[in-house]
Design a protein around this ligand. Sequence first.
Ligand code: HEM
Length: 101
Amino acid sequence: MIVVQNRITAPAAAAERIEHGFNQNSNLKDQPGFVSFKLLKATQVSGLGQDEVLYVASTQWESMEAFETWRSSDAFGRAHGSGQGGPMRATLEVFEVKVER
Ligand code: HEM
């Protein structure tokens, strides 16, 4: 199992638009090897500007191959097709799971 997260920092003014985008139709659950997804919005983060918001799009996959298949699929392109990237900063994080309870 792996955890792949996209960490998005954006101006607070963009929060509603970002959340709306994530609430659009999704077929993630149909992707082979997909385990789960959560969109997290930080309520406390050191170093975050007062006018900024931090979101983490956190996904779990059965394998890196499953994530990469989705990453290079049309479904990924469609999920990111709103074309309103705006002034976001995005950082990709990939974790292997060491302990799970
Ligand atoms: C420059 C890189 C990226 C940016 C700025 C970004 C931003 C966004 C935004 C704003 C949405 C909402 C839909 C929309 O408004 O288009 C979205 C959807 C999503 N993003 Fe990203 N994203 C990026 C790359 C990634 C990567 C590498 C991952 C891997 C974890 C990821 C995971 C997701 C997921 C899981 C969704 C929901 C898709 C669905 O439910 O079908 N994103 N992203």
